[in-house]
Design a protein. Structure first.
Length: 298
């Protein structure tokens, strides 16, 4: 019996620049994605019918809305095969944190089912299918570092010097992505500041290309952060606490809820993670480094 397993990383945003709302309800973005070493694993096994199960430290619903199930259905339709597969997700990426764990599972399911069914979809086809599933799914296929344009799905890979070390703190609950974008629009409507067209900052690119963690810490920027802080004011103290404990920079990941802290080195990240875990600010604290590759068969 053929079984294929695919491992896929979480993402954080190093810079997220958001334009005005479009006619289709989405916002044009410049989204600097970075894949980090927290992984989910998706195993695809032949079965009578599509079935999803989940285990691991984190759990998610397994019904038809599960993004991995939708990925399997989409690929089956594209390849003209029956979606006769059992998907087992070993879940380690925190949920509802702005780390695109659901998108990661969808990307992993595409790659695993493609291998299981021998459908032979090339990367371009997989990226197209991924974009139909969600704005962050194409990046989960590629991994590494990339700039995403449009909804975030039109990707250009970025070369990075060295490795960066991160600590993640996540609180209980979640923030709904559409609600955070709507709050961003609301705050902008009442602000007198002119809206800048989304762009990548030169300082961020320079820091990435020279492996300059101090420069990167100063250049981290997320246009959705004011909206996330407005909906969840406690995040402000959480971000400040990390900086007080020695982080080079702190940012909310994507539409939240995750707080992301940059450390100068792996030992510094371990110390920062231990200090943050000793506060009452977060339900859980994790440590990871990146960039790492995207969905890959193991
Ligand atoms: O594409 P995805 O399903 O991940 O997007 C979830 C929601 O986030 C969208 O329905 C939309 O409200 C918001 N969004 C947006 N602009 C983007 C990406 C997402 O407004 N570029």
């Amino acid at each position: 019996m053929t079984v294929t397993t695919d491992r896929v990383p979480a993402k954080v945003n190093r810079e997220l620049s958001v334009g005005p709302v479009r006619d289709d309800g989405y916002h044009d973005l410049v989204n600097v994605f970075h894949a980090v070493s927290l992984f989910d694993e998706v195993t695809a096994t032949p079965a009578e019918q599509l079935h999803v199960s989940v285990d691991g430290p984190v759990t998610v619903p397994t019904g038809p809305d599960n993004l991995a199930a939708r990925a399997a259905l989409l690929l089956a339709r594209h390849a003209g095969v029956r979606p006769a597969v059992a998907l087992h997700i070993r879940k380690d990426i925190p949920v509802a944190g702005g780390m695109a764990g659901g998108s990661a599972d969808a990307a992993a399911a595409l790659v695993a089912c493609d291998a299981l069914w021998g459908s032979g979809a090339d990367l371009e086809t997989l990226l197209e299918l991924a974009a139909q599933l969600g704005s962050d799914v194409p990046f989960a296929l590629l991994g590494g570092m990339a700039v995403g344009l449009g909804r975030g799905e039109r990707l250009t890979t970025v070369e990075v010097a060295g490795e960066f070390h991160w600590v993640f703190g996540y609180a209980d609950g979640g923030l709904s992505t559409p609600a955070v974008y709507a709050e961003c629009d609301r705050l902008r409507a009442v602000s007198s500041r002119a809206l800048r067209w989304p762009r990548v900052s030169d300082d961020l690119m320079a820091a990435l290309q020279t492996g300059d963690a101090v420069g990167l810490g100063q250049a981290l920027d997320n246009a959705l952060q004011p909206a996330a802080l407005s909906l969840r004011p406690a995040l402000k103290d959480a971000l400040a606490a990390g900086r007080d404990l020695g982080a080079l920079g702190s940012i909310v990941s994507g539409s939240g809820l995750m707080c992301v802290f940059l450390a100068a080195s792996e030992p510094d990240a371990a110390r920062l993670a231990a200090s943050l875990a000793g506060t009452t600010l977060f339900a859980a604290v994790r440590q990871a480094s990146g960039p790492v590759p995207g969905a890959a068969l193991v």
